[in-house]
Write a protein that binds this ligand. Structure first.
Ligand code: IPE
Ligand code: IPE
Ligand code: MG
Length: 255
């Protein structure tokens, strides 16, 4: 679908407010070219740049990218260290441009396991961009959906231990408030590249009602048009899956 016809559709449709992406297939992309997996990861950075640009153009509120899962530590040491180096160099290189474009950068996950210089870079990037409002870009690094729910449960347990809350009074909202991204809208659209049809322990709680979009494209081949295609698919579904959605959209259409 061309982005022009997408624009026309979007005028009268509900955009996803929060898009989450499982960026998968870097290794296979490289292998298909007879190269080491690392080349795939490097090429994947370009796809990140294109996706952020496209999300920003579309006007979605939040984009969350899965960069490194809690389980990815099990990969060979060499690959893990290349990924960490890549993360540091990309952060250093891109943060000024992101800031100029009104992007608020956040890193979600257990960053305490990262080396101190990476933690420092993350803190600086978050502080620099904290006031930006055009797009919230969350990079999930050493993140796992189960880890997120566990750390939220731990905090709620602390409230109980401190006598601020009764165990029998714990509500879903009490848990939700302690999750990463608790201040953002729930995930509307979750995209996974490379033909795999799993969630791989990415966002679980806030993706309870997400539409799941799977594409065969390997992550390094993902571009602006790929995101527009996914959003067009979402818009069509959210408009027509039930008459209720139309009623809910009606006030928006009148604006
Ligand atoms: C996704 O690509 C990137 C990360 C998980 C860091 P993969 O490295 O998983 O690539 P494949 O799935 O082996 O092709
Ligand atoms: C999921 O991809 C994690 C990221 C994209 C960072 P993986 O390639 O690590 O997932 P599995 O192991 O195939 O489920
Ligand atoms: Mg993979």
């Amino acid at each position: 679908m061309s982005s022009q016809s997408l624009d026309a559709q979007l005028e009268s449709a509900a955009l996803p407010q929060h898009i989450a992406v499982i960026m998968d297939g870097n290794g296979r992309w490289a292998k298909a070219r007879g190269k080491a997996r690392v080349f795939g990861h490097k090429a994947g950075v370009k796809a990140v740049r294109k996706t952020v640009k496209a999300a920003s153009e579309l006007g979605v509120k939040a984009l969350t990218l899965f960069a490194f899962s809690s389980e990815n530590w099990r990969r060979p040491e060499d690959e893990v260290s290349v990924l960490m180096e890549l993360f540091i160099s990309v952060l250093s290189r891109e943060v000024k441009r992101l800031n100029k474009n009104g992007v608020q950068l956040r890193v979600i996950g257990d960053t305490s396991r990262f080396n101190p210089s990476l933690q420092q870079k993350i803190a600086e990037a978050e502080a620099l961009t904290a006031g930006n409002e055009r797009l919230v870009l969350n990079i999930a690094a050493n993140y796992g959906g189960q880890w997120d729910i566990t750390q939220a449960a731990r905090r709620v347990a602390e409230q109980v231990a401190a006598g601020q809350l009764q165990a029998s009074d714990i509500t879903e909202q009490d848990i939700a408030r302690q999750l990463m991204l608790s201040d953002l809208p729930d995930v509307d659209l979750m995209i996974r590249t490379s033909g795999e049809c799993r969630i791989s322990n990415f966002i679980l709680w806030q993706a309870a009602y997400a539409e799941l979009y799977f594409t065969e494209q390997y992550w390094p081949d993902f571009n602006e048009q790929s995101l527009f295609d996914a959003v067009a698919w979402y818009v069509n579904r959210s408009l027509w899956w039930s008459p209720l959605s139309f009623i809910c959209l009606f006030p928006r259409l009148l604006r």
